[in-house]
Design a protein around this ligand. Sequence first.
Ligand SMILES: [Zn+2]
Ligand SMILES: [Zn+2]
Length: 323
Amino acid sequence: MKIKFWGVRGSIPTPGKTTVRYGGNTSCIEIETDKGSTIIFDAGSGIRELGFKLLKKMPVSAYIFFSHTHWDHIQGFPFFVPIFIPTSTLKLYAPKPLKESESLESIMKNQMSYQVFPISLDAIQNMNSKIQYNDIIEGKINIPELENEGITILSQYMNHPVVCLGYKIIYDGKTIVYTGDNEPYYNVFDKNLSINKSSGDKAKSVLFDDEEDDVDDKEAENTVEMMNKKFINFIRDCDYLISDSQYTEEEYKTKLGWGHTSIETNISRALEAKVKRLILFHHEPMRGDDALDELIRNHRKSLAGSGNSIELSAAYEGLEITI
Ligand SMILES: [Zn+2]
Ligand SMILES: [Zn+2]
């Protein structure tokens, strides 16, 4: 099984001199199975190049798992050439939304409506009926063709401003987890949070209803602790954890509720869950190659100093890992 990274950036593509080595394309990861099946995680701008690679072996067939529908995870789809080819078979999986208007299919159609893109998704789907949408929920995803290859795929809800799923692939005794976008759960009712102290906006979480404002503090703390433990159990003992690491801990202080995890928290959670290799992903657009190098260098040094054996790296465009 091979993993290849086609886009590793968060939020927005960032081409330019300072991102040449890690790359500027947004989220897209390809997994090529030993039997030659193609599994894709997210369709950020990185999927454009992946499309050209897949065209070399027609007809194209792929399973595309979307963590969520934020722009940086879907924006490459209109430029993924296999969608224009009638022989392609594309099976799309995305979290079941709260409202039908928020489904992946509706959002893709909006993204390819005439006002914002020259070719409508309806026109493409009329000539090519083989784009199939699957709304999924947390748990085991039933895909008999992949199960016949010995591949199990599980999903778990992540903490993000929209419904978001992280995915876990188990194959041949090895486990890979991709978190999508993810922030640790926290108590939104905590009066000491800076966002709650300032007037106006209020901290929010998918854990609690927007209208609720008198949740018992202890009850909220317990729920938060339980959900964070659930995440640790999802990543426990995994061989590869590909994790949203957009911020440093210092940056995170002012980005609470934006749906991302700091590098420091990723490291401590990976250590707690005895993860073997942590691959930082969804890099902050403002962070250039040299700054990322320095962060990795410093964290590796302190990990070595504390005797921890976890392998730490940052994903870059073109990185290939054979499992
Ligand atoms: Zn994102
Ligand atoms: Zn997001």
